[in-house]
Structures are given as C-alpha cells and as structure tokens.
Design a protein around this ligand. Structure first.
Ligand code: UDX
Length: 440
C-alpha cells in the first residue's frame, strides 16, 4: 500500500518505519528541512532502540522515503497519516494548528480518494474539524474528490516503540464508513498477533479512548505515589503493598510503581488536555484527574524536599551526584522529566550538581543552558566524586546493581536518595548506607 506520513516526530517516524518494514511504500513528510536532511543521511533525530537500523534497512530497500514537498506527499499515499505535534497551549489545551494545516494541505492537492488518519493525540471532535478543513479546500478548488477521515490513536511507549507498534495490545480505529474500515484492516493485517487486535468504533469514542487510557495510567501512578507518602509515615513499605494489591487480577501489577512522579510528553499533556476539554466542551469538572495532576506536581518535588530535610534549607557548599536525567529509562527525552524539578530545587537552595545519564545529557544541556552550578560526568562513578550524597531519578538498568563499596568510598557521606525504589532497603542499610526511597 502507498502511505504518506505527515510529521517525522516520534509517532510519525516509528509508524512510517514500521509500515515500510512490513512491505509498504512509505513517504514521510516534514516541514523541517534539517530533520529531513538527517533522515536522508541515514540518521534519526530522536533516540529510540532499534529505530535507526529499521530506518536504514527500509531506506536501502527503497520502501521508505523522505520529503519536504507538501504536494508530492499529498499525491503519494492512499492513506495519509497525520502525525504532527499537538503541543499544549498556554491554558493546557492541545494546539491543533499543525493538524489542521496538514489537513488543509491534503485538501489543496489531493486528486483521488484518500483515507486521512489522525494519529496525533487530538481532542474529541478533531476528526470533524479535519473533515471540514479538507472539504473547505476541495470546495475552493471546485472539486468533489471523495475522502474518509479516521481516528487511529497511537499507544506506543518511548523506549519500546517498535515492539509496541509491531506487537500491539489493540489497534483502535474510529471511522464512520466501510471503505475506510476496509483500508485500515488491510493496512494492519500484517501487524496482528495471534488474533484480531483491531477494534473498530465510532470516531469520537476512538478519540476519547486515547485520553482515557493515558489518564487511567496516570491515575494509577498518582494513587500509588500518594499511598507511598502515607506508607512512609505509617512505617509500611509501598513495595510490599504493591505486590499485595497487584496479585488481584482486577488490579494487576503493571503501572503501580511509586516513584518521583511521572513525566514525558504524554501523561502530563494528555491529563491536562482532557481536563481542559471536559471544562470547555462539556462544562464538566473532572475532579479525579485534577487531583491526579496536583498529586504528580507535588510528587516531583519529593526528592528535593527529602534532600533539604536531610541537609538543611541552605545547600550552599553542598554538592550532589544525580543519576538519571531522562523522564524514564531507554530514552533521551527530557520533556517534563522529574530530574528538571529536582535539579532546580537543589540549585535554588544553593547546591552544585554533577549529573550522569547514559543518553540524555545532551538534551539536558538545552534545559539548563549556561548553568555554572550544574555539570555532567562521563560515567556514573565519576559523577560521585566529591558529592555529599547520591540522588537517583531515572530507573536505567545500569543503576540497578552498582558497586555499593565504590559509592560509599566516593561519597562524603553514604546517603542515597532513590526516586525509583531500585534497591532492597534492608540490604543497602546493612551496608551502612543511609537509604531514603519512596514509600519505604
Ligand atoms: C505513555 C503510555 O504508556 C503510552 O501508552 C502512550 O502512548 C504514551 O504515554 P510514555 O510516556 O512513553 O508512554 O512512558 P511510560 O512508560 O508510560 O511512563 C510514563 C511516566 O510514568 C514515566 O515518567 C515513568 O517513570 C512513570 N511511571 C510509569 C511511574 O512512575 N510508575 C509506573 O508504575 C509506571
């Protein structure tokens, strides 16, 4: 099948590469010539395990192409995926201008039937706006070319995006005509596992499904974080509580890890956008989600607060080692990363910080430009040099089993603040290390 993917960001690039990998002919469009240049030269503008090889392989096979030519892209694919950014507006609602601009471009140039698919996370009702924008452009040209609009939200996780795409739990397709449904079935046929994963529904339900999924997961995390703070005060261990409740299949084990708060490009943005949509489009105040957001904002400050409680409100002359900058492991993404709040809290109190992250240090430098009191180490051991304590913010695998003797030897005082509960408190305390985790 011929497919155009508009937007070579995270979702667009992964989708384009994966569709090419199963044999489709894919053209990816981006307005940013710098991005297209990187891709044409065999690089990728983001970090995602396995993606670079997949892009290379499919470019070499002649199935994956890149362009900045809007007209060419509109002609190319029978299926046109819109996977452009929907950054939050100042008030938290998702900004639809790039989605609508992409739709207008399709309408401006298309000459035969197109299935236009919203892949970006978009508020309920966006498909109607996309439809109207395309129809408006066709009317300006005085033509009546047929097209369908489909909502097909993406559920991929950074760091596991290729696997999520190729082995999905479900593929949600919202559409209101048979021809579009047939096209989507054909497109996803090679990506089904042992049984049909495609769930076809009306467009608005599909649009809401994406927000509901992320909001539910964020809710679980905030709930566990609040219980962790309670467990700490009551002398319980949230990890034991997690195992105790996760064994109930109605609850399940996944996404119950207490920590230093959730970040990333999805949960914070989608929770906010859903709250906003509910308010403005339906006059409904989503009380639970407001609390989820409030709890998470507070949770991102917990590590900083613990450090201040331990070392005093004035951290001038104190130096801290920080392991992990990315909002989670296996990504270089710094968007809404908890490390940013932790570092800011430490800097505000006068401290100096040396950070280490396996891949996100370059991204982090953009977040704290010209910050003289923040430096970066070449490896996790080097970060410890001369530090008063170690603070762990991201659950990278290589932090899970470090040499504790080295940590003890390098730190001025053997104190670890662990925002991801990586270690067994008993074991680590028996080694004479002061261990402050979350909810234990
Ligand atoms: C998420 C959804 O999982 C994915 O389905 C959707 O398409 C996009 O948003 P992502 O943002 O890549 O994916 O990361 P995810 O692995 O879900 O983690 C989000 C945040 O929650 C991270 O900061 C992580 O550290 C935190 N988290 C996750 C917890 O604090 N506890 C948990 O139990 C799980």
């Amino acid at each position: 099948m011929k497919i155009t993917v508009i937007g070579t960001g995270y979702v667009g690039l992964v989708s384009g590469a994966c569709f090419a990998d199963v044999g489709n002919d894919v053209l990816c469009l981006d307005v940013d010539p710098a991005k297209i240049k990187i891709l044409e030269d065999g690089g990728i503008p983001i970090y995602e395990p396995g993606l670079q090889e997949m892009v290379k392989r499919n470019v070499a096979a002649g199935r994956l192409h890149f362009t900045t030519d809007v007209e060419k892209a509109a002609h190319f694919g029978t299926v046109q995926f819109i996977a452009v950014g929907t950054p939050p507006d100042e008030d938290g609602s998702a900004d639809m201008k790039y989605v609508i601009a992409a739709a207008r471009n399709i309408g401006k140039y298309m000459t035969d039937y197109k299935v236009v698919v919203d892949k970006s996370t978009v508020p309920v009702g966006t498909a109607d706006r996309v439809k109207a924008a395309i129809a408006d452009e066709l009317a300006k040209r005085g033509v009546n070319t047929p097209f369908s609009v489909v909502s097909n939200p993406e559920f991929l996780k950074e760091g596991a995006a290729i696997d999520d795409f190729m082995r999905p739990d479900r593929i949600v397709v919202g559409c209101d005509d048979e021809q579009a449904a047939l096209n989507m079935r054909a497109l996803y046929a090679p990506i089904q596992r042992n049984h049909d994963r495609l769930i076809v529904m009306d467009i608005r339900s599909a649009e809401l499904t994406k927000y509901a999924a992320n909001a539910m997961l964020a809710t679980r995390i905030s709930f566990m974080n609040e219980l962790a703070n309670l467990a700490e005060k009551l002398g319980a261990d949230i990890e034991n509580v997690r195992k105790g409740i996760g064994s109930d299949p109605r609850i399940g084990y996944d996404f119950l890890y207490a920590g230093a708060g959730y970040g990333g490009s999805c949960f914070p943005k989608d929770v906010q956008a859903l709250i906003k949509t509910a308010q403005t489009d339906a006059g409904i105040n989503l009380k639970v989600l407001n609390a989820v957001e409030e709890a998470n904002d507070a949770q991102k400050r917990v590590l900083g607060r613990k450090v201040l409680q331990r070392f005093g409100a004035d951290l001038k002359g104190k130096h801290f080692a920080l392991w992990g900058l990315a909002f989670k492991a296996n990504t270089d993404d710094m968007r809404k990363a908890t490390s940013r709040d932790v570092i800011q809290d430490l800097l505000d109190a006068g401290a100096t910080v040396t950070a280490y992250d396996p891949v996100a240090m370059k991204e982090a430098q953009h977040c704290f430009p010209n910050e003289a009191r923040l430096s970066y180490a070449d490896n996790q051991t080097a970060a410890l040099e001369g530090a008063d304590a170690l603070i762990i913010v991201t659950e990278w695998r290589e932090f899970r089993s470090p040499d504790f003797d080295t940590i003890k030897a390098k730190l001025k005082q053997p104190v670890i603040f662990d925002g991801r509960n990586l270690y067994d408190p008993k074991m680590i305390r028996s080694m004479g290390i002061e261990y402050q985790a979350i909810g234990r």
